[in-house]
Design a protein around this ligand. Sequence first.
Ligand SMILES: Nc1ncnc2c1ncn2[C@@H]1O[C@H](COP(=O)(O)OP(=O)(O)O)[C@@H](O)[C@H]1O
Ligand SMILES: [Mg+2]
Length: 371
Amino acid sequence: MADSQRKLIVPKDVTDALRTVKYPGSEEDVVKLEMPQEIRIAGQRISFSLVFQKSNDPNIETLVVACEEAIKKYVGAEVEIEDNIAVKFIHDMERPVLPNVKNIIAVASGKGGVGKSTVAVNLAVALANSGAKVGLLDADIFGPSIPKMFGAEGDRPAGIKIDDREMINPLEKYGVKFLSVGFFVDTDSAIIWRGPMASNALKQLISEGNWGELDYLLIDLPPGTSDIHLTLVQSVPVTGAVIVTTPQDVALADVVRGASMFQSKSIDVPVLGLIENMAWFTPAELPENKYYIFGKNGGKNLADKLGLPLLGQIPIVQSIREGGDNGNPIANESESVTGVSFAEVAAAVKHRVHIRNIQMAPTKKVKISRK
Ligand SMILES: Nc1ncnc2c1ncn2[C@@H]1O[C@H](COP(=O)(O)OP(=O)(O)O)[C@@H](O)[C@H]1O
Ligand SMILES: [Mg+2]
């Protein structure tokens, strides 16, 4: 077959092939036993780790060869696999963070005030309304606003002991589990003091939060780029980022910076798409009337320019702000114009995450390099 016609290899091709490899003397195959991990695909080059329970396992050689043969037979004779299987042992592997959370989605924006938290809250509620298990972590040290938007300002999460570990039970409202750095950090203190405290709080909320099983954990990040962004990508494998923008030009220039940070080689978190907030003004009683007060289609044009999907457009509607102020996310009013907009954004996000997970290997945590 000519080079240009080669079929794209996806992680599923690799696991499908490896399912034919049985562990000697057992009915279980190596995939069932969760032995292949860290699968990487670059063109025709496939590599992965094969993780054994014990370092004196007598089947190491046999299984490595069997895996190579299965890949050649079922994925293609031309793939590069020899010497690309790294034998590892369970005690060498880091304990996975949030093993029961399927997708971690960063909600970011180029600058503040574009409605990032409003979108994060309503997206979380809309995803939950669609039947998904959803968590929301407020990591915006500049202005943690999720507790207020959920009407839970006075509430405090409770501690719980699980298997000798002190954990934090997230609060729960509208089917969404949530925690906020605002509960743990003195947000009145100067940012220079708040910064390191907040990084630690974020790590703690991720690793000690009793999140349970989640389909999506959304992280409301501070605006722009910050140490908190770095802490996040070093603490967990972020599935993808969504970027909230308004149609104004200033916001758009900041968006490019925000998107490039995630896409930079060292961070390598896929940007799932843009959400254009405040795309037009609509009086609730005249939803057909659209006034483009910040310019028309700024978000759409930028998405096209950056080659990113536009996941949705949200109008400015008075009830969105009121819902935020009263702790009643508008996404719960599924028949309203805005309720429908957020349901559409939620569907688009689900779709992009699905495509991303088929096409790409899981994100790796960013390793801190010590030079
Ligand atoms: N689509 C919208 N329609 C009306 N008001 C909105 C909309 N999006 C955000 N707001 C309001 O704008 C303000 C800033 O939004 P917020 O979500 O706190 O922004 P950010 O998190 O980006 O700083 C809030 O008062 C919020 O209620
Ligand atoms: Mg905010």
